[in-house]
Design a protein. Structure first.
Length: 224
């Protein structure tokens, strides 16, 4: 019998091979069964995931992640995108958005970064940053626009550099030492985590708020 879902370990976490031909509903059922069977091996483990063998939409990725989380005790730190075309697309969109934010002025550019920022390292951008990886304690990520960390944010994040008060910071794991948005700074180290899922930090009446990333919060945040 052909295996439709194959789980392999690697240096950063798990690589999940997905059958490219079966319907999505059947694939989700097989993922559910596979991770239920393997749950005792990954209990409490924090790891990154990558998917192979099948092209996935963002909605499908979210469905798969939800299925894995509901049927195992794995804590997903980030999802590594192995699709070069999709990575290039995200970079293009980010650069176009950054140009809009600077009203066509020279020097406005977004940045897509893949890797880990270690203590003492600084990543800066004139526009916004999408980062695929972790920001370790002692590292800083700085942007005049928004900061999106598809991984763990344990260091310092400075968004809206220069006073842009509507900038946001998003991370799959939000546990920074410090966040600054516009002119407002908040020390976050040691705070009690309110969610095991992605979170968003934004300014609300002069105070930095951190909330689980959901449609209701996104709809209520101004990005203008």
């Amino acid at each position: 019998m052909r295996q439709t879902v194959i789980i392999k370990g690697n240096n950063y976490g798990l690589s999940v091979f997905l059958d490219p031909d079966i319907p999505m509903e059947e694939l989700l059922s097989d993922i559910r069964e596979k991770f239920q069977e393997s749950s005792r091996f990954f209990r409490g483990a924090k790891m990154a995931l990558s998917f192979e063998g099948r092209k996935l939409t963002t909605e499908e990725i979210n469905e798969i992640i939800n299925t894995i989380c509901e049927n195992s005790e794995i804590k997903i730190s980030c999802v590594i995108d192995t699709d070069k075309a999709r990575e290039a697309f995200f970079k293009k969109v980010l650069e176009e958005k950054a140009e809009e934010e600077t009203d066509g002025q020279p020097g406005g550019s977004g940045q897509f970064y893949k890797g880990t920022l270690r203590s003492g390292q600084v990543l800066e951008a004139e526009g916004s940053i999408i980062m695929l990886g972790d920001v370790n304690p002692g590292a800083r990520i700085v942007a005049k626009g928004n900061i999106i960390v598809l991984g763990a944010l344990h260091g310092t994040a400075i968004a809206g550099l220069g006073g842009k008060k509507h900038a946001i910071v998003v991370a799959l794991e939000m546990d920074p030492i410090q966040i600054r948005i516009g002119e407002v700074t908040a020390r976050m180290s040691g705070r009690k985590k309110s969610s095991d899922y992605a979170q968003i930090a934004y300014l609300d009446l002069g105070t930095i708020r951190v909330e689980p990333l959901c449609r209701e919060v996104i709809d209520g945040v101004s990005f203008s």
